[in-house]
Design a protein around this ligand. Structure first.
Ligand SMILES: CC(C)(COP(=O)(O)OP(=O)(O)OC[C@H]1O[C@@H](n2cnc3c(N)ncnc32)[C@H](O)[C@@H]1OP(=O)(O)O)[C@@H](O)C(=O)NCCC(=O)NCCS
Length: 313
C-alpha cells in the first residue's frame, strides 16, 4: 500500500480496478498534454494577488505576501492559481511530497537478499508512482474543470450547485523555469501546494475522483443532504523548504479565501493523526477534532483518519 494519505485507497478490488482504468486514461491524457506543452513558450500560472479585488488588500498583505515573505531569499516564487497546463507538474509535486513508495525493503535483510529483491521492488515502486501520479492528475483535472471553463477566479462556487465538486481552487507556490538555454520550453518549479474546495461535511474521506465519492456515498447509503463546506486538502511543502512556516502560511491563505472571499464560517480537513508535522500544524492553527469518522466496514485503517474543523473569524 502506498503510505500516508494514500491510506484512503482502501476499497474493494472492483473499485480499485475502475480507478486503475480511469488513472490510465488520465496518464495517457497527461502524456499527450506534456507533449503539447513542449511547444508552448509560456505557462499559465495566475499570480493570486492579481485575482483579489483591491478592497481585500489585507489578504494580499497577510496571506499571499506571507507565503512569499518566507522566501525573501528568492522572491521569484509566487503563490499562484494553477491552470490546466500546470496540472501535470502540480500532480507530480503532490505525489512526490506524500511519497508513493509502495514497498520498502527491510533493513534486516542481508545484502544478498536485497540484491535479489531490489530490481522487483524498484519496478513495483515505479509502477505505483505512475499510478499515483495518474490518479492525482485525473482527480485534480476533474476537480478544477468547472473553475477553468467558467473562469471564476477565486470567487467561491455556489453550495447548491451540482458541480461544486468540480470547482476546486488549487494554489501552488511556484516559479516558471526555462527547460533550455533558449528559453523556448518552460516547466514549473513548485515548492508548496494547497487545495480548497466545497465538500459535504459528513466526514467522508474524498477520493481523488469526485464521481467515486458519489458511488461510495450511494453504497454507504449516505445520500442525505448535508451542507457543503470549505475543505482543505493536498497541503504539501517541498522537503528542502519545510520548517520555514510555508505550510502555515498556505493554510492561513486558504482560510482567508474561505472566510473573507467565499463567505463561510467553518473550514474542514482530514489529517492522519500519525502524521506528526501535519497534525501539529493544524492543531496549533486552531483545528479541532469533529469527533466524527467515515467508517463503513470496508474503510479499514482509513476510518482512523481524523476529521477536523476550524471556526473562521
Ligand atoms: C505538513 C507539511 C505541509 C508542513 O509544512 P511546513 O512548511 O514544514 O510547516 P511549517 O514550517 O509551516 O510548520 C508549522 C507548524 O507545523 C508543525 N510542524 C511542522 N513540521 C513539523 C515536524 N517535522 N514535527 C513536528 N511538528 C512540525 C509545528 O507546530 C510548526 O509550528 P512551529 O514552527 O511554530 O513549531 C509538510 O511537512 C509536508 O509537506 N508534509 C508532506 C505532505 C503532508 O503530509 N501533508 C499534510 C496533508 S494532511
Amino acid at each position: 500500500m502506498i503510505k500516508s494519505d494514500f491510506k484512503r485507497r482502501r476499497f474493494s478490488l472492483l473499485l480499485s480496478l475502475v480507478l486503475l482504468v480511469q488513472s490510465t486514461r488520465g496518464f495517457s491524457a497527461s502524456l499527450a498534454r506534456n507533449n503539447n506543452r513542449l511547444r508552448r513558450p509560456t505557462l499559465h500560472l495566475i499570480p493570486l494577488r492579481t485575482l483579489y479585488p483591491k478592497d481585500e488588500s489585507t489578504i494580499n498583505e497577510q496571506s499571499c505576501l506571507n507565503a512569499n515573505f518566507q522566501l525573501k531569499s528568492d522572491p521569484s516564487f509566487e503563490l499562484c492559481v494553477v491552470e490546466e497546463d500546470d496540472l501535470p507538474d502540480t500532480a507530480r509535486f503532490v505525489v512526490e511530497s506524500f511519497g508513493s513508495e509502495a514497498i520498502r525493503l527491510s533493513s534486516d535483510m542481508t545484502s544478498f537478499e536485497q540484491f535479489i529483491l531490489q530490481p522487483t521492488v524498484e519496478l513495483l515502486n515505479g509502477y505505483s508512482g505512475i499510478v499515483a501520479f495518474a490518479e492525482v492528475l485525473a482527480g485534480l483535472r476533474s476537480r478544477v474543470r468547472g473553475r477553468l471553463t467558467q473562469t471564476m477566479g477565486i470567487q467561491g462556487p455556489h453550495p447548491a450547485e451540482e458541480g461544486a465538486a468540480g470547482m476546486a481552487l488549487v494554489l501552488v507556490l511556484a516559479r516558471p523555469v526555462p527547460n533550455d538555454t533558449k528559453k523556448m520550453n518552460w516547466r514549473i518549479d513548485i515548492i508548496g501546494s494547497v487545495e480548497l474546495r466545497l465538500q459535504p461535511c459528513d466526514a467522508k474521506i474524498p477520493f481523488t475522483l469526485p464521481w467515486l465519492d458519489r458511488i461510495e456515498r450511494r453504497l454507504w447509503n449516505k445520500q442525505t443532504a448535508v451542507q457543503q463546506q470549505p475543505y482543505l486538502s493536498n497541503l504539501c511543502v517541498a522537503e528542502a523548504y519545510r520548517g520555514q512556516s510555508i505550510g502555515r502560511a498556505l493554510v492561513q491563505c486558504v482560510e482567508d479565501i474561505a472566510g473573507t472571499v467565499w463567505g463561510y464560517s467553518k473550514i474542514y480537513l482530514h489529517v492522519d493523526v500519525d502524521n506528526t508535522a501535519a497534525y501539529q500544524l493544524y492543531t496549533s492553527a486552531g483545528y479541532k477534532d469533529v469527533g466524527q469518522r467515515w467508517n463503513p466496514f470496508w474503510a479499514g485503517s482509513a476510518a482512523e483518519i481524523g476529521y477536523f474543523v476550524k471556526d473562521l473569524p
